[in-house]
Design a protein around this ligand. Structure first.
Ligand SMILES: [Fe+2]
Length: 445
């Protein structure tokens, strides 16, 4: 039986198939190339290549498209049809992929972790678990998944540095910034092209409000991650966050136009970055021109996917901001219909957190700030469940506190902002807190 780069037994009927898989995994680590195209081409000529369909389907899910996306269903069917030819490890991958496609990302993450307990060097399982936990906001599992297998790895194992980058991100999301930064910087030292490790360090700097260091970090590494086509847009987005704090708005607009807006409509993660960035710019009072229009056109086809509450929220934000009233109404109907029939964890999260969040974000755009605050405040403590990173979800906190301030509810805004500004005193948080304090002073007077 063939073996892949990590010495794992691998089902294939042709010798070249394992090379194609190894190269697709290399691309995946670097967020570059065309791993999906490469895998599908290989699968067309090798009827036993079950891992090809597992990986392409998962890559699509992790890219933010829903399980109802025709390509995902097709690839799941193709993987299942080859199940009897696969070895037990590969069969476990098919099961985990199917679970992820059914809206059970957390359970799928645990299934990939189960594969790792027997095959700790299965990087595809480690990456899939990592992505799954990230998509459902499970920071502790994100950290644990990597930390459990790290003792089994060392520099002699291919992809070791990438595992460090993943560990760094898990540590960061779980709040262990010091260890995260150390591990992330070590990963980048070993493999400077590892955009995910660069990203982990950027997150640690962002979360600690180390704005100028973050700009320097991303600018000094840009030549190494510029070619990571599937991640670079998000790293440019990260660069924009400290630039916004520094009021370098022209640079932010340039980055949006040149690096984020010009993406394919299936690059949902980049669409979300675009939405989040324009939203933040407008919250700061800037005119974004007609940029919502182009973004809304690309978002349009994702109206009924409901891949995640996090994706849904960005869809709602975009349509509301672009003033596409019909799309907003249609989306809300579709979302309500989805939660009525979908009883997966994803459906439950959308019902419990997503609906209110979307309605709150839409109300904010309609300048009904009291309603926006009433919708978002009760679920603010649960927003982590919609997935994404702490830094990404901050746009919802920002919207809530801005809505509270604009609705004249200074005390509520103050109670959220005071601990945040004490912990991470960024210019924007300090300014928001000052507005709340001034409002309270005036109310008292
Ligand atoms: Fe990020």
């Amino acid at each position: 039986m063939a073996k892949d780069k990590l010495n794992l037994e691998f089902t294939a009927s042709q010798a070249e198939t394992v090379d194609a898989f190894n190269r697709a995994m290399d691309d995946y680590m670097l967020f570059s190339g065309e791993p999906v195209g490469r895998l599908l081409e290989t699968a067309e000529v090798d009827p036993d290549f079950v891992m090809g369909y597992c990986l392409t389907g998962c890559l699509r899910l992790f890219g933010g498209v829903g399980a109802t996306h025709p390509r995902v269903s097709l690839e799941l069917r193709a993987a299942k049809a080859r199940r009897s030819r696969a070895n037990p490890r590969e069969q476990a991958h098919i099961d985990a992929f199917e679970t992820a496609a059914s809206g059970e990302m957390s359970r799928a993450g645990r299934m990939w972790d189960d594969i790792l307990s027997e095959y700790p060097h299965d990087m595809m399982a480690a990456k899939c678990a990592h992505e799954a936990y990230f998509l459902v906001g499970e920071a502790r599992n994100l950290r644990k998944s990597v930390m459990n297998i790290l003792p089994e790895w060392d520099e002699s194992v291919p992809y070791y540095s990438y595992l460090l980058g993943m560990g760094a991100f898990g540590l960061e999301e779980a709040g262990d910034y010091e260890e995260a930064e150390k591990m992330g910087r070590r990963a980048v030292e070993l493999e400077p092209r590892d955009g995910w490790a660069v990203h982990a360090v950027a997150h640690t700097l962002e979360m600690q409000g180390r704005c100028s260091e973050n700009v320097e970090w991303l600018e000094s590494t840009v030549d190494d991650w510029r070619g990571a086509v599937w991640l670079s847009g998000h790293l440019w987005w990260h660069l924009c966050l400290p630039l916004l704090e520094d009021e370098q708005f022209d640079r932010v607009f340039d980055i949006f136009d040149a690096r984020i807006a010009n993406c394919d409509e299936d690059m949902v993660t980049r669409l979300m970055d675009g939405t989040s960035l324009l939203w933040r710019l407008e919250t700061l009072g800037l005119d974004v021109g007609d940029r919502w229009e182009g973004l809304a056109d690309k978002w349009q086809r994702h109206a009924d996917e409901h891949a995640l509450a996090f994706t849904d929220a960005h869809y709602a934000m975009t349509m509301a901001a672009a003033d596409k009233q019909r799309s907003v109404r249609r989306f809300l109907q579709s979302q309500h219909a989805f939660v009525e029939v979908d009883d997966s964890t994803n459906g439950q999260i959308i019902e419990r957190v997503g609906l209110g969040l979307c309605e709150g974000m839409i109300a904010y755009r309609e300048e009904d700030y009291a309603r926006a605050a009433d919708k978002i405040a009760p679920i603010a403590g649960e927003v982590w469940r919609i997935g994404g990173s702490n830094a990404q979800r901050d746009v919802f906190r920002l919207t809530l506190t801005d809505a509270l301030l604009k609705a004249g509810r200074y005390q509520e805004a103050h109670d959220i902002l005071a601990p945040l500004a004490a912990d991470t005193p960024t210019p924007s948080r300090k300014a928001e807190l000052e507005t709340a304090l001034e409002g309270l002073r005036q109310s008292a007077a």
